[in-house]
Structures are given as C-alpha cells and as structure tokens.
Design a protein around this ligand. Structure first.
Ligand code: UD1
Ligand code: UDP
Length: 396
C-alpha cells in the first residue's frame, strides 16, 4: 500500500514524526511525505529536529493568511501532488486547515483517508475555531479513524461516522517519550540547555506560557496579557513566553508585555528546548492542544485559557483546569496555585490519559490489517526497541 502522509504545521509535524518513522520501517507499506508549508519557520524547526524528509514540499503560507485563501491554495496544491503520487491512502493529522483541505482533496479523488487524532470534540463549533469544524469534516470523510482515547472513539461513534475506528493513543506521547529518553541519556545536552537558559532565576517559580487560538484574538489576548502583567508583579515568579509567529498574537503580546521586566518574550522554541522548559516549569498557562496532552505526562499543572476543550481527559484527572480568558479568573487561579503548595501538589499527579508510547505501531498495524491491543489508559509500559529506533533515525 502506498501511504502519503500530509501535514503542514508545527504540532502536526511533531505528532507525525514518530509515525513517519514507523511507516518507513514497515515492509508492507510504501511511505512518502508531503509537507504543505502552512507554517514556514515553525515547521522547518520540527523537520530539522526530527530529520524528517519530505518528497513533496509545498509553500502555501502567506503572511497573516486568511482561512479561505489558505484552504484554496491547499486544495489546488495538494491535489496536484495526489495526481502525481497516486497514493492508495492519505494520512492527515488533527484539525488544521491542512488536514481538512488535504482530506477533501483526497476524498474528491476517491483516495482513502486515514485520520490520526480522530474524534476529539469540544461540542462548540466556534471554539476551537475553525478546528472543531475541520475535525468533524475530516472524520466524516475518513475510511480509518485513529482515535487517541476511548472518549474520542465514543464522540465519533455518536456522529455515526462511516469509517472504522481504532483507539491507538496519541502519537504525541510517542514523540514526547523519545525526546525525554534522548534528553535523559545526554548529560552534555542537559548542560548545554542549562547554559542556554542560564538567565532563568532558580529562586523564582517558572510560569511557562503559550497561546495562539483564533477565538482568543482581540479581547481574549488583551485579557491574557493583562493577567500576565498582573502576575509579573510578584517577585517569586518568572514568566517565560515563546511567542507564536502569527502577527495577530505577536503584535498584541509585544505591545502589552515587551516592557515588563519579569516577562521574557522569546521566539518559538525547538521541541527539545520546549520540553526541557516544561519540565522546569512550576505552572503552565496555555491555550494549546498539544501542551494540554504533554504536561500531564510530565506531572505539570496546566491552566487552559479557553472556555471549552476537546481534551477533557486531563481535566477529569485533575492536572488541567479550564480558566477561560478573563483577566480576573486567570490571575486568581494562577495565584492560588502559586500560593498554595498543597493545591499545587494535587495538580502534579503524574499520569497519562492520552497515550502509552505505542500509538504509531498501532496505526501501522491497523493499516497492515494486523490485530493489536487497543490503547487503554492505565499503567504505562514503554517499548524500548521501537523508541530507540525512532531516536536513531531522527536527529533528536
Ligand atoms: C494553525 C492552525 C491551528 C494550530 C496552529 C499550531 C488552522 C486554521 N490553524 O494556527 O489549528 O493549532 O497552527 O500552531 O489550521 N506564521 C509565520 N511562520 C510560521 C507560522 C505562522 O509567519 O512558521 C504566521 C503567518 O503570518 C501566518 C500566520 O502565522 O499567516 C497564521 O498561520 P496559520 O497556520 O494560518 O494559523 P495558526 O494560528 O498558526
Ligand atoms: N511547542 C514547541 N515550541 C514552542 C511551543 C510549543 O515545540 O515554542 C510544541 C509543544 O510542545 C506542542 C506543540 O508545539 O507539542 C503545540 O503546538 P501549538 O501550540 O502551536 O499547536 P496546538 O497543539 O495548539 O495545535
């Protein structure tokens, strides 16, 4: 079977990297990759880090692109790749415009679509926007749905999707585990990272921030910045914020926070650096999807600056709390965690409802028609040989 994996943004690349490696190792499959370039610099960072090679490289990103313009460019450009490559199956990931347009381009050609990270639902079409709609569209066009959790499978079943659903775990945990193993085994690298971030103040609690959701543009981001400004007044915290390259985020964040002495606005980080910082963090404030999945695996408390989430498992487990985007609520919830050590400890329960590091192998087995045990959240058994193979092939 000829499998073409198509992705274009930072999180898709991180989550597809271990899968591309697993597909490449499978003799029954012929694997190739098309990157759309929906992101440019932030995609390039991940491609380089994981040593990902693409057979097709599109260049669709435009500064401050519109959803429709992006979608139209993707349909045409991905369509041309499909005509040239003639795959039996296309794999897309998650809920981006790349995923929706690539699935549609394949569907129009009657090419089977496999959806990695299927079935997540917030229940609100406007949040995350436009991702909730993208994910529903892709799920309904897919022949195979790789749901990360049992709840995601249930959500897809409720919509009566016609494709077959497997619960595989989330591939982000495969990527995270490999990164952690690589970091832990390399004292030299740990020293280099400590040196690179030697400006971090060991006496202060590190608050790590990310944010980029479209539904938060405008008032939401102004409120988030106002909350960060209030928290920055404390002399026991240090705020570090790698700022997303979207100008709708960047302009507001810079305007509001660039002159705050206790807020470090930095460029988007390499995945290894970001994982290292997550591990160092006392508290994470974010609206990101991937960070909501990674932080619980690291035992880090997360306040999610959104009203709803399509990732409810960690909220239920008690490591993640939804706090919306009001200045008062974000400030109050963060202050509670900063002031109350026992509350903080309660949040730090290490656990992982999202995966066990075997998601990629399950997806490959499903594509090859082999039987496998589906993912069930619970104690984690790591597959050392598989992870080592991925580490060896990547540039991690
Ligand atoms: C996109 C996805 C979102 C995902 C996020 C991950 C959609 C609709 N949105 O949002 O689901 O969570 O990526 O980060 O698919 N830019 C650069 N360089 C880059 C990346 C972005 O300059 O490497 C700037 C460009 O001006 C670009 C803008 O950011 O036009 C927006 O990029 P876009 O991919 O449309 O939206 P994101 O907010 O990144
Ligand atoms: N990330 C990163 N560098 C950063 C910030 C985030 O590598 O400076 C990683 C993070 O660990 C996670 C992913 O990027 O795996 C999340 O990407 P993003 O928040 O852009 O998108 P989302 O997950 O919300 O779709």
């Amino acid at each position: 079977m000829r499998v073409l994996s198509i992705f274009g943004t930072r999180p898709e690349a991180i989550k597809m990297a271990p899968l591309v490696a697993a597909l490449g190792r499978e003799p029954q499959l012929h694997s190739s990759v098309c990157v759309t370039g929906q992101h440019r610099e932030m995609l390039a960072q991940v491609m380089a880090l994981f040593g990902l090679q693409a057979q097709h490289e599109l260049d669709v990103m435009r500064p401050n692109q519109t959803l429709n313009g992006l979608y139209a460019r993707l349909l045409t450009a991905v369509g041309a790749v499909l005509d040239a490559e003639q795959p039996d199956c296309v794999l897309v990931h998650g809920d981006t415009t790349t995923a929706a347009a690539a699935a549609m381009a394949a569907f129009h050609r009657r090419i089977a679509v496999g959806h990695v990270e299927a079935g997540l639902r917030s229940g609100n079409m406007h949040s995350p926007f436009p991702e909730e709609m993208n994910r529903r569209l892709v799920d309904s066009m897919s022949t195979w749905l790789f749901a990360p959790t049992p709840a995601a499978r249930e959500a897809a079943l409720q919509e009566k999707v016609s494709g077959h659903i497997w619960v595989t775990g989330n591939t982000v945990i495969d990527a995270l585990n490999a990164t952690l193993a690589r970091l832990d085994a390399d004292a030299e690298r740990q020293r280099a990272l400590a040196q690179r971030y030697s400006w971090l103040d060991a006496e202060r609690k590190l608050v790590l921030v990310t944010g980029h959701r479209r539904e938060n543009f405008g008032e939401g981001f102004r409120n988030i910045c106002a909350a960060l400004e209030a928290l920055a007044q404390r002399d026991d915290v240090q705020i570090v914020y790698p700022v997303h390259l979207n100008p709708n985020v960047r302009d507001v964040v810079r305007q509001s926070l660039a002159s705050q002495a206790n807020v470090h606005l930095i460029e988007p980080l390499d995945y290894v650096d970001f994982v290292w910082l997550m591990r160092r963090a006392y508290l994470i404030l974010t609206d990101s999807g991937g960070v909501q999945e990674e932080a619980p695996a690291l035992g880090k408390p997360v306040l999610v600056m959104r009203d709803v989430t399509e990732r409810p498992e960690a909220v239920a487990a008690g490591t993640v709390r939804l706090v919306g985007t009001s200045r008062e609520r974000i400030t109050a919830e963060a202050t509670r965690l900063l002031d109350d050590a026992s509350l903080h400890t309660e949040f730090c329960r290490k656990g992982n409802p999202y995966g066990d590091g075997h998601a990629c192998q399950r997806i490959v087995d499903a594509l090859c028609g082999r039987a496998f045990a589906e993912f069930r959240p619970g104690p984690i058994a790591q597959s050392q040989p598989l992870m080592n193979a991925f580490i060896a092939e990547s540039h991690l």
